[in-house]
Design a protein around this ligand. Structure first.
Ligand SMILES: *Cc1c(COP(=O)(O)O)cnc(C)c1O
Length: 427
Protein backbone atom coordinates (compact mmCIF):
# COMPACT_ATOMS: atom_id res chain seq x y z
CA UNK A 1 0.00 0.00 0.00
CA UNK A 2 1.24 3.45 -0.90
CA UNK A 3 0.36 6.66 0.90
CA UNK A 4 0.19 10.14 -0.58
CA UNK A 5 0.55 13.46 1.17
CA UNK A 6 -2.59 15.55 1.46
CA UNK A 7 -0.46 18.55 0.49
CA UNK A 8 0.35 16.73 -2.78
CA UNK A 9 3.92 18.01 -2.92
CA UNK A 10 5.83 14.94 -1.73
CA UNK A 11 6.51 11.59 -3.39
CA UNK A 12 4.30 8.64 -2.47
CA UNK A 13 5.41 6.74 0.60
CA UNK A 14 5.50 3.14 1.77
CA UNK A 15 3.67 2.19 4.98
CA UNK A 16 7.05 1.79 6.67
CA UNK A 17 8.31 5.21 5.73
CA UNK A 18 5.02 6.85 6.69
CA UNK A 19 5.14 5.23 10.13
CA UNK A 20 8.76 6.20 10.70
CA UNK A 21 8.46 9.79 9.50
CA UNK A 22 4.93 10.49 10.78
CA UNK A 23 4.31 13.37 8.43
CA UNK A 24 5.27 13.91 4.75
CA UNK A 25 8.22 16.18 3.82
CA UNK A 26 5.74 18.82 2.59
CA UNK A 27 4.13 18.71 6.12
CA UNK A 28 0.99 17.04 4.74
CA UNK A 29 -0.73 14.09 6.41
CA UNK A 30 -0.36 10.70 4.74
CA UNK A 31 -3.47 9.12 3.24
CA UNK A 32 -3.90 5.61 1.74
CA UNK A 33 -3.92 5.52 -2.05
CA UNK A 34 -6.78 3.05 -2.17
CA UNK A 35 -9.38 1.67 0.27
CA UNK A 36 -10.83 -1.63 -0.97
CA UNK A 37 -14.00 -2.92 0.68
CA UNK A 38 -13.83 -6.15 2.65
CA UNK A 39 -15.88 -9.05 1.21
CA UNK A 40 -19.59 -8.54 2.10
CA UNK A 41 -19.68 -12.19 3.07
CA UNK A 42 -17.10 -11.54 5.78
CA UNK A 43 -19.07 -8.63 7.22
CA UNK A 44 -22.37 -10.52 7.09
CA UNK A 45 -20.76 -13.33 9.08
CA UNK A 46 -18.70 -11.16 11.40
CA UNK A 47 -19.93 -12.91 14.55
CA UNK A 48 -17.98 -16.02 13.49
CA UNK A 49 -14.65 -14.24 13.85
CA UNK A 50 -12.59 -13.29 16.90
CA UNK A 51 -11.55 -9.71 17.63
CA UNK A 52 -7.99 -10.56 16.56
CA UNK A 53 -9.18 -12.03 13.26
CA UNK A 54 -11.41 -9.03 12.55
CA UNK A 55 -8.63 -6.56 13.33
CA UNK A 56 -6.30 -8.42 10.97
CA UNK A 57 -8.88 -8.46 8.19
CA UNK A 58 -9.53 -4.72 8.64
CA UNK A 59 -5.92 -3.51 8.70
CA UNK A 60 -4.03 -5.93 6.44
CA UNK A 61 -4.51 -3.96 3.18
CA UNK A 62 -3.06 -0.84 4.83
CA UNK A 63 0.12 -2.65 5.80
CA UNK A 64 0.41 -4.69 2.61
CA UNK A 65 3.45 -6.96 2.43
CA UNK A 66 5.60 -4.66 4.53
CA UNK A 67 4.98 -6.68 7.67
CA UNK A 68 4.58 -10.47 7.20
CA UNK A 69 1.06 -11.72 8.05
CA UNK A 70 2.26 -13.78 10.99
CA UNK A 71 4.08 -10.80 12.48
CA UNK A 72 1.08 -8.54 11.93
CA UNK A 73 -1.13 -11.05 13.74
CA UNK A 74 1.35 -11.04 16.61
CA UNK A 75 1.26 -7.23 16.76
CA UNK A 76 -2.54 -7.29 16.86
CA UNK A 77 -2.52 -9.89 19.62
CA UNK A 78 -0.21 -7.66 21.67
CA UNK A 79 -2.44 -4.64 21.01
CA UNK A 80 -5.93 -6.04 21.60
CA UNK A 81 -5.53 -7.44 25.10
CA UNK A 82 -8.76 -6.16 26.62
CA UNK A 83 -12.46 -5.96 25.91
CA UNK A 84 -14.67 -3.26 24.34
CA UNK A 85 -18.07 -3.77 25.97
CA UNK A 86 -21.24 -1.88 25.05
CA UNK A 87 -23.36 -0.85 28.02
CA UNK A 88 -27.03 -0.18 27.31
CA UNK A 89 -28.17 3.25 28.49
CA UNK A 90 -31.74 3.07 27.20
CA UNK A 91 -33.58 1.13 24.55
CA UNK A 92 -32.01 2.93 21.60
CA UNK A 93 -28.59 3.92 22.84
CA UNK A 94 -25.46 2.46 24.39
CA UNK A 95 -21.96 3.38 25.57
CA UNK A 96 -19.05 1.72 23.80
CA UNK A 97 -16.38 1.53 26.49
CA UNK A 98 -12.93 2.00 25.01
CA UNK A 99 -11.16 2.48 28.33
CA UNK A 100 -10.35 -1.03 29.53
CA UNK A 101 -6.72 -0.83 28.40
CA UNK A 102 -3.61 -0.36 30.55
CA UNK A 103 -3.91 3.45 30.92
CA UNK A 104 -7.73 3.48 30.77
CA UNK A 105 -7.83 5.74 27.72
CA UNK A 106 -8.86 4.70 24.22
CA UNK A 107 -5.49 5.87 22.92
CA UNK A 108 -3.94 2.64 24.30
CA UNK A 109 -4.84 0.76 21.10
CA UNK A 110 -3.23 3.17 18.64
CA UNK A 111 -0.19 3.73 20.86
CA UNK A 112 0.58 0.03 21.27
CA UNK A 113 0.01 -0.78 17.59
CA UNK A 114 2.29 2.03 16.52
CA UNK A 115 4.99 1.04 19.02
CA UNK A 116 5.04 -2.53 17.76
CA UNK A 117 5.18 -1.47 14.09
CA UNK A 118 8.03 0.92 14.79
CA UNK A 119 9.90 -1.73 16.76
CA UNK A 120 9.57 -4.14 13.83
CA UNK A 121 10.74 -1.60 11.25
CA UNK A 122 13.63 -0.48 13.39
CA UNK A 123 14.86 -3.99 14.22
CA UNK A 124 17.95 -3.88 12.02
CA UNK A 125 18.67 -0.21 12.38
CA UNK A 126 21.63 0.44 14.68
CA UNK A 127 20.40 3.98 15.30
CA UNK A 128 17.74 4.63 17.86
CA UNK A 129 14.69 6.72 17.01
CA UNK A 130 13.11 9.16 19.40
CA UNK A 131 9.38 9.55 19.68
CA UNK A 132 8.73 13.13 20.75
CA UNK A 133 5.27 13.94 22.01
CA UNK A 134 3.53 16.82 23.76
CA UNK A 135 0.59 15.95 25.95
CA UNK A 136 -2.23 17.76 27.69
CA UNK A 137 -3.05 14.55 29.55
CA UNK A 138 -4.09 11.24 28.07
CA UNK A 139 -1.83 10.93 25.03
CA UNK A 140 1.34 10.93 27.12
CA UNK A 141 0.26 8.09 29.39
CA UNK A 142 -0.93 5.90 26.53
CA UNK A 143 2.22 6.53 24.51
CA UNK A 144 4.50 5.96 27.52
CA UNK A 145 2.79 2.68 28.29
CA UNK A 146 2.55 1.56 24.66
CA UNK A 147 6.26 2.17 24.01
CA UNK A 148 7.63 0.97 27.33
CA UNK A 149 10.47 -1.47 26.67
CA UNK A 150 10.26 -1.06 22.87
CA UNK A 151 13.70 -1.85 21.49
CA UNK A 152 15.50 0.87 19.53
CA UNK A 153 12.94 3.52 20.47
CA UNK A 154 13.25 6.27 23.06
CA UNK A 155 10.22 8.25 24.11
CA UNK A 156 10.36 11.85 25.27
CA UNK A 157 7.13 13.32 26.60
CA UNK A 158 6.61 17.01 27.25
CA UNK A 159 3.84 17.98 29.63
CA UNK A 160 2.79 21.31 31.18
CA UNK A 161 3.80 21.54 34.83
CA UNK A 162 0.80 21.56 37.15
CA UNK A 163 -1.71 21.31 34.28
CA UNK A 164 -2.29 17.56 34.14
CA UNK A 165 -4.15 15.52 36.77
CA UNK A 166 -2.25 13.57 39.46
CA UNK A 167 -3.16 10.28 37.84
CA UNK A 168 -2.06 11.48 34.42
CA UNK A 169 1.22 12.79 35.80
CA UNK A 170 1.99 9.48 37.52
CA UNK A 171 1.25 7.61 34.29
CA UNK A 172 3.84 9.74 32.50
CA UNK A 173 6.58 9.97 35.05
CA UNK A 174 6.88 6.63 36.82
CA UNK A 175 7.72 4.13 34.12
CA UNK A 176 11.46 4.67 33.62
CA UNK A 177 13.38 2.53 31.09
CA UNK A 178 13.13 4.14 27.62
CA UNK A 179 10.55 6.74 28.72
CA UNK A 180 11.60 10.26 29.76
CA UNK A 181 9.17 12.88 31.01
CA UNK A 182 10.04 16.55 30.60
CA UNK A 183 8.05 18.85 32.84
CA UNK A 184 7.66 22.14 31.01
CA UNK A 185 7.31 25.41 32.82
CA UNK A 186 4.34 26.58 30.74
CA UNK A 187 1.01 25.49 29.28
CA UNK A 188 0.19 22.77 26.74
CA UNK A 189 0.56 25.16 23.80
CA UNK A 190 4.16 25.84 24.90
CA UNK A 191 4.88 22.09 24.90
CA UNK A 192 3.36 21.71 21.46
CA UNK A 193 5.31 24.69 20.15
CA UNK A 194 8.59 23.17 21.38
CA UNK A 195 7.77 19.87 19.68
CA UNK A 196 6.96 21.65 16.41
CA UNK A 197 10.20 23.62 16.57
CA UNK A 198 12.16 20.42 17.19
CA UNK A 199 10.66 18.81 14.08
CA UNK A 200 11.73 21.81 12.01
CA UNK A 201 15.26 21.88 13.44
CA UNK A 202 17.60 20.33 10.87
CA UNK A 203 20.09 19.13 13.50
CA UNK A 204 17.63 16.99 15.43
CA UNK A 205 14.64 16.28 13.20
CA UNK A 206 16.21 13.27 11.43
CA UNK A 207 15.97 10.94 14.38
CA UNK A 208 12.59 12.15 15.59
CA UNK A 209 9.13 10.77 14.98
CA UNK A 210 5.73 11.75 16.24
CA UNK A 211 3.17 9.59 18.04
CA UNK A 212 -0.03 11.55 17.67
CA UNK A 213 -2.90 10.58 15.45
CA UNK A 214 -1.31 12.17 12.39
CA UNK A 215 0.82 9.00 12.36
CA UNK A 216 -1.01 6.39 10.28
CA UNK A 217 -0.03 3.59 12.67
CA UNK A 218 -1.79 5.39 15.51
CA UNK A 219 -4.73 6.56 13.48
CA UNK A 220 -5.81 3.48 11.49
CA UNK A 221 -6.11 0.82 14.24
CA UNK A 222 -8.86 2.91 15.84
CA UNK A 223 -11.20 1.55 13.17
CA UNK A 224 -11.22 -1.74 15.12
CA UNK A 225 -13.66 -0.27 17.69
CA UNK A 226 -16.36 0.19 15.06
CA UNK A 227 -15.99 -3.37 13.78
CA UNK A 228 -16.18 -4.77 17.31
CA UNK A 229 -19.27 -2.66 18.05
CA UNK A 230 -20.94 -3.83 14.87
CA UNK A 231 -20.20 -7.42 15.79
CA UNK A 232 -21.89 -6.94 19.21
CA UNK A 233 -24.92 -5.05 17.89
CA UNK A 234 -25.62 -6.83 14.61
CA UNK A 235 -28.38 -9.00 16.04
CA UNK A 236 -30.42 -5.87 16.94
CA UNK A 237 -31.06 -5.40 13.23
CA UNK A 238 -31.00 -1.63 13.52
CA UNK A 239 -29.15 1.05 11.63
CA UNK A 240 -26.10 2.16 13.58
CA UNK A 241 -25.29 5.77 14.36
CA UNK A 242 -21.97 6.54 16.07
CA UNK A 243 -21.35 9.67 18.11
CA UNK A 244 -17.66 10.27 18.76
CA UNK A 245 -16.33 12.82 21.26
CA UNK A 246 -13.80 14.55 19.05
CA UNK A 247 -10.68 16.67 19.51
CA UNK A 248 -8.21 16.02 16.72
CA UNK A 249 -10.85 13.92 14.91
CA UNK A 250 -8.56 10.89 14.50
CA UNK A 251 -10.94 8.42 16.13
CA UNK A 252 -14.02 9.39 14.11
CA UNK A 253 -11.94 9.55 10.94
CA UNK A 254 -10.89 5.91 11.50
CA UNK A 255 -14.59 5.07 11.92
CA UNK A 256 -15.28 6.54 8.50
CA UNK A 257 -12.51 4.34 7.07
CA UNK A 258 -14.34 1.34 8.60
CA UNK A 259 -17.50 2.49 6.79
CA UNK A 260 -15.51 2.72 3.52
CA UNK A 261 -14.37 -0.85 4.12
CA UNK A 262 -18.03 -1.85 3.95
CA UNK A 263 -19.16 -1.73 7.57
CA UNK A 264 -22.86 -0.76 7.51
CA UNK A 265 -22.87 2.49 9.47
CA UNK A 266 -25.75 4.88 8.89
CA UNK A 267 -24.32 8.13 10.21
CA UNK A 268 -21.44 9.70 12.13
CA UNK A 269 -21.69 12.48 14.67
CA UNK A 270 -18.59 14.36 15.78
CA UNK A 271 -19.48 15.75 19.19
CA UNK A 272 -17.26 18.55 20.46
CA UNK A 273 -17.05 20.88 23.44
CA UNK A 274 -17.03 24.65 22.81
CA UNK A 275 -14.00 24.19 20.58
CA UNK A 276 -16.39 24.28 17.66
CA UNK A 277 -14.29 24.75 14.53
CA UNK A 278 -15.87 21.78 12.72
CA UNK A 279 -19.51 22.31 13.84
CA UNK A 280 -19.13 25.89 12.57
CA UNK A 281 -17.67 24.70 9.31
CA UNK A 282 -20.74 22.54 8.72
CA UNK A 283 -23.01 25.53 9.33
CA UNK A 284 -21.01 28.22 7.53
CA UNK A 285 -19.23 26.18 4.84
CA UNK A 286 -15.99 27.93 5.74
CA UNK A 287 -13.19 26.40 7.84
CA UNK A 288 -11.82 28.89 10.36
CA UNK A 289 -9.47 27.50 13.02
CA UNK A 290 -9.30 29.21 16.40
CA UNK A 291 -7.08 29.09 19.47
CA UNK A 292 -8.23 26.31 21.83
CA UNK A 293 -10.37 27.10 24.89
CA UNK A 294 -10.16 25.15 28.16
CA UNK A 295 -13.12 22.91 29.10
CA UNK A 296 -13.94 20.04 31.47
CA UNK A 297 -13.52 17.61 28.55
CA UNK A 298 -9.96 18.80 28.09
CA UNK A 299 -8.70 15.99 25.86
CA UNK A 300 -10.84 17.63 23.18
CA UNK A 301 -9.61 21.19 23.61
CA UNK A 302 -8.42 21.53 20.05
CA UNK A 303 -8.96 24.60 17.87
CA UNK A 304 -7.54 23.21 14.63
CA UNK A 305 -8.27 19.46 14.43
CA UNK A 306 -5.42 17.84 12.52
CA UNK A 307 -7.38 14.92 11.06
CA UNK A 308 -10.30 16.88 9.63
CA UNK A 309 -8.49 17.15 6.31
CA UNK A 310 -8.51 13.34 6.12
CA UNK A 311 -12.28 13.31 6.69
CA UNK A 312 -12.75 15.73 3.81
CA UNK A 313 -10.63 13.48 1.61
CA UNK A 314 -12.72 10.44 2.62
CA UNK A 315 -15.79 12.29 1.32
CA UNK A 316 -13.99 13.31 -1.89
CA UNK A 317 -13.76 16.90 -0.65
CA UNK A 318 -17.45 17.24 -1.41
CA UNK A 319 -19.29 19.36 1.16
CA UNK A 320 -22.72 17.90 0.37
CA UNK A 321 -21.55 14.27 0.59
CA UNK A 322 -19.85 15.10 3.87
CA UNK A 323 -23.01 16.69 5.29
CA UNK A 324 -25.25 13.77 4.37
CA UNK A 325 -23.04 11.25 6.22
CA UNK A 326 -21.61 13.32 9.00
CA UNK A 327 -22.92 15.84 11.53
CA UNK A 328 -21.05 17.81 14.15
CA UNK A 329 -22.43 19.57 17.21
CA UNK A 330 -20.81 21.57 19.99
CA UNK A 331 -21.77 21.57 23.69
CA UNK A 332 -20.93 23.72 26.70
CA UNK A 333 -19.55 22.48 30.02
CA UNK A 334 -22.95 23.11 31.66
CA UNK A 335 -24.69 20.95 29.07
CA UNK A 336 -22.03 18.30 29.60
CA UNK A 337 -22.63 18.23 33.37
CA UNK A 338 -26.40 18.08 32.81
CA UNK A 339 -25.89 15.13 30.45
CA UNK A 340 -23.76 13.30 33.04
CA UNK A 341 -26.61 13.76 35.53
CA UNK A 342 -29.26 12.64 33.08
CA UNK A 343 -27.33 9.50 32.09
CA UNK A 344 -26.83 8.68 35.75
CA UNK A 345 -30.51 9.28 36.53
CA UNK A 346 -31.77 7.05 33.69
CA UNK A 347 -29.37 4.15 34.06
CA UNK A 348 -27.04 4.70 37.06
CA UNK A 349 -24.27 4.83 34.47
CA UNK A 350 -21.26 7.01 35.27
CA UNK A 351 -20.07 8.78 32.14
CA UNK A 352 -16.91 10.85 32.05
CA UNK A 353 -17.23 14.36 30.52
CA UNK A 354 -16.01 13.17 27.09
CA UNK A 355 -18.51 10.32 26.90
CA UNK A 356 -21.23 12.71 28.04
CA UNK A 357 -20.45 15.02 25.11
CA UNK A 358 -20.83 11.97 22.84
CA UNK A 359 -24.21 11.22 24.42
CA UNK A 360 -25.32 14.81 23.79
CA UNK A 361 -24.44 14.36 20.13
CA UNK A 362 -26.95 11.49 19.87
CA UNK A 363 -29.65 13.53 21.64
CA UNK A 364 -29.21 16.45 19.29
CA UNK A 365 -29.18 14.23 16.21
CA UNK A 366 -32.51 12.70 17.28
CA UNK A 367 -32.48 8.91 16.82
CA UNK A 368 -35.30 7.29 14.84
CA UNK A 369 -36.90 4.06 16.11
CA UNK A 370 -35.12 2.16 13.32
CA UNK A 371 -31.74 3.38 14.60
CA UNK A 372 -29.46 2.45 17.48
CA UNK A 373 -27.04 5.11 18.71
CA UNK A 374 -23.62 4.35 20.15
CA UNK A 375 -21.55 6.96 21.91
CA UNK A 376 -17.87 6.24 22.42
CA UNK A 377 -16.78 6.40 26.06
CA UNK A 378 -13.16 7.41 25.51
CA UNK A 379 -11.87 7.53 29.10
CA UNK A 380 -12.64 5.87 32.40
CA UNK A 381 -14.45 8.29 34.78
CA UNK A 382 -11.56 7.94 37.22
CA UNK A 383 -9.37 9.90 34.79
CA UNK A 384 -11.62 12.90 35.43
CA UNK A 385 -12.33 12.13 39.05
CA UNK A 386 -12.82 15.70 40.33
CA UNK A 387 -15.44 16.62 37.77
CA UNK A 388 -17.26 13.31 38.04
CA UNK A 389 -17.46 13.38 41.83
CA UNK A 390 -18.47 17.06 41.85
CA UNK A 391 -21.27 16.43 39.35
CA UNK A 392 -22.65 13.06 40.44
CA UNK A 393 -23.53 11.69 43.90
CA UNK A 394 -20.91 8.95 43.54
CA UNK A 395 -17.50 7.86 44.70
CA UNK A 396 -15.55 6.32 41.84
CA UNK A 397 -13.64 3.20 42.84
CA UNK A 398 -9.97 3.49 41.85
CA UNK A 399 -9.11 0.58 39.54
CA UNK A 400 -6.17 -1.68 40.27
CA UNK A 401 -3.88 -0.39 37.46
CA UNK A 402 -4.29 3.18 38.73
CA UNK A 403 -3.77 2.31 42.41
CA UNK A 404 -0.47 0.66 41.58
CA UNK A 405 0.88 3.64 39.72
CA UNK A 406 -0.11 6.14 42.42
CA UNK A 407 2.39 4.63 44.87
CA UNK A 408 5.33 5.02 42.47
CA UNK A 409 7.83 7.85 42.54
CA UNK A 410 7.59 10.64 39.98
CA UNK A 411 10.72 11.24 37.89
CA UNK A 412 10.72 14.24 35.56
CA UNK A 413 13.28 16.69 34.26
CA UNK A 414 12.20 20.32 34.38
CA UNK A 415 12.75 22.47 31.30
CA UNK A 416 11.61 25.95 30.37
CA UNK A 417 12.92 26.62 26.86
CA UNK A 418 13.40 25.01 23.46
CA UNK A 419 17.16 25.33 23.96
CA UNK A 420 16.96 23.04 26.98
CA UNK A 421 14.92 20.53 24.99
CA UNK A 422 17.48 20.59 22.20
CA UNK A 423 20.36 20.11 24.62
CA UNK A 424 18.56 17.13 26.08
CA UNK A 425 17.88 15.59 22.68
CA UNK A 426 21.44 16.03 21.41
CA UNK A 427 23.16 14.93 24.63
C1 LIG B 1 -7.82 12.07 22.72
C2 LIG B 1 -9.14 12.01 23.35
C3 LIG B 1 -10.32 12.36 22.66
C4 LIG B 1 -10.29 12.94 21.25
O1 LIG B 1 -9.93 12.00 20.28
P1 LIG B 1 -9.53 12.48 18.80
O2 LIG B 1 -9.18 11.24 18.08
O3 LIG B 1 -8.37 13.42 18.97
O4 LIG B 1 -10.73 13.18 18.23
C5 LIG B 1 -11.54 12.20 23.28
N1 LIG B 1 -11.60 11.74 24.55
C6 LIG B 1 -10.51 11.40 25.26
C7 LIG B 1 -10.67 10.92 26.65
C8 LIG B 1 -9.25 11.51 24.69
O5 LIG B 1 -8.16 11.19 25.41
Amino acid sequence: MKYYSLHHKSPKSSFKNAVISGIAPDRGLYFPEKISPIATDYIENIEKYSHHEIAFEAIKQFVGDEIPDEKLKEIIAETITFDFPIITIDKNCGSLELFHGPTMAFKDVGAKFMAKCLEYFNENNPEEVTVLVATSGDTGGAVANGFLGTKGVNVVILYPSGKVSDIQEKQLTTLGQNITALEVDGVFDDCQEMVKTAFLDAEITKKLTSANSINIARWLPQMFYYFFAYKSLKQLNKELVFSVPSGNFGNICAGIVAQKLGLPIKHFIAATNINDTVPNYLIEGKYVSKPSKPTISNAMDVGNPSNFIRIQELFDNNFETLKSNFSSYSFTDDETREAMKKIYATSQYIADPHGAVGYLGLQKYGLKTTEFGVFLETAHPVKFLDIVEETLPVKVAIPEQIQQIMTKEKVAKKISSFQELKEFLTA
